[in-house]
Write a protein that binds this ligand. Structure first.
Ligand code: NAD
Length: 260
């Protein structure tokens, strides 16, 4: 379905991004993966995408908090793979703390990685997409693009910001065969969620079980974590030609959380 397309997925050395990158490769797209982690583990993921799906896969170690590195990553993908057709802005971090104790440097880092990175990548990718009159921009937002939770001021602000950016870009690119949408997962069991459990235990004075059942899954009516495969399947659909009329959409995939 995506044969001949080139997809760049930021923050794809782990979790949701890795599942999306592999799902696009399965559909025949050449891939650029990005993110941090153990060098050998990343090389294993990259070469595994090539051998499992018979596509080209490149790795970029660009830091999503640095605008110049993001622009260079996009240019590199275009130069080495011929174009950039599908951009998934997925890299993200979390920090949980009451606002009066929230470290200002964490605020800056979260806004940079979870929001400004998408601006820099979209800005660099749109001219090539406009020239080809085809493009897909998919931003991994969150249920926190639609509703808030306490102690996540920077994350909720960045994710609400991504929703605004998505809608604006959708309007600007609508006549060029480009769509821009945001996927808004509820809680997905990935390293990002696992890491915030100790912080939430401290912020709310709770046990691990209480955090999982009373905080995380409390908001999710299905009482189940969303899977990375479910999100990857939605990302594949949004990249398909069938989804050409879906643009500017902020799409929850959250087990009913934001219906409440
Ligand atoms: P994860 O921790 O498994 O993956 C995050 C990825 O981002 C990793 O590849 C990491 O290396 C990369 N990354 C972090 N900082 C980076 C930087 N400065 N430069 C480049 N790469 C960087 O997390 P995940 O749960 O897969 O999260 C992916 C996205 O999904 C995030 O935007 C997150 O906010 C969003 N999300 C996650 C959940 C959830 O429950 N897991 C829910 C809603 C939204």
């Amino acid at each position: 379905m995506l044969k001949g397309k080139v997809a760049l997925v930021t923050g794809s050395t782990s979790g949701i991004g890795l599942a999306i990158a592999r799902a696009y490769a399965k559909q025949g797209a050449n891939i650029v993966i990005n993110g941090f982690g153990d060098k050998d583990a990343i090389e294993k993921e990259r070469s595994g995408i090539e051998s499992d799906f018979g596509v080209k896969a490149l790795y970029s170690g660009a830091d999503m908090s640095k605008g110049d590195q993001i622009a260079a990553m996009v240019a590199d993908a275009q130069a080495k793979l011929g174009s950039l057709d599908i951009l998934v802005n997925n890299a993200g971090i979390q920090f949980v703390s009451p606002i009066e104790d929230f470290p200002p440097e964490k605020w800056d880092q979260i806004i940079a990685i979870n929001l400004s990175a998408a601006f820099h990548a979209i800005r660099a990718a749109v001219p090539g997409m406009k020239a080809k009159k085809w493009g897909r921009i998919i931003n991994t937002a969150s249920a926190h693009a639609l509703v808030a939770s306490p102690f996540k001021s920077a994350y909720v602000s960045a994710k609400h910001g991504i929703a605004g950016l998505t809608k604006t870009v959708a309007l600007e690119t609508a006549t060029f065969g480009i769509t821009a949408n945001a996927i808004c997962p509820g809680y997905v069991w990935t390293p990002l969620v696992e890491k915030q459990i100790p912080e939430t235990m401290a912020a709310r004075n709770m046990t691990k079980e209480q955090v999982i059942n009373d905080v995380l899954l409390h908001a999710q009516p299905t009482k189940q974590f969303v899977t990375v495969e479910e999100i990857a399947n939605l990302a594949v659909y949004l990249a398909s030609d069938s989804a050409r009329s879906i643009t500017g959409a902020i799409l929850p995939i959250d087990g009913g959380w934001t219906a409440a």
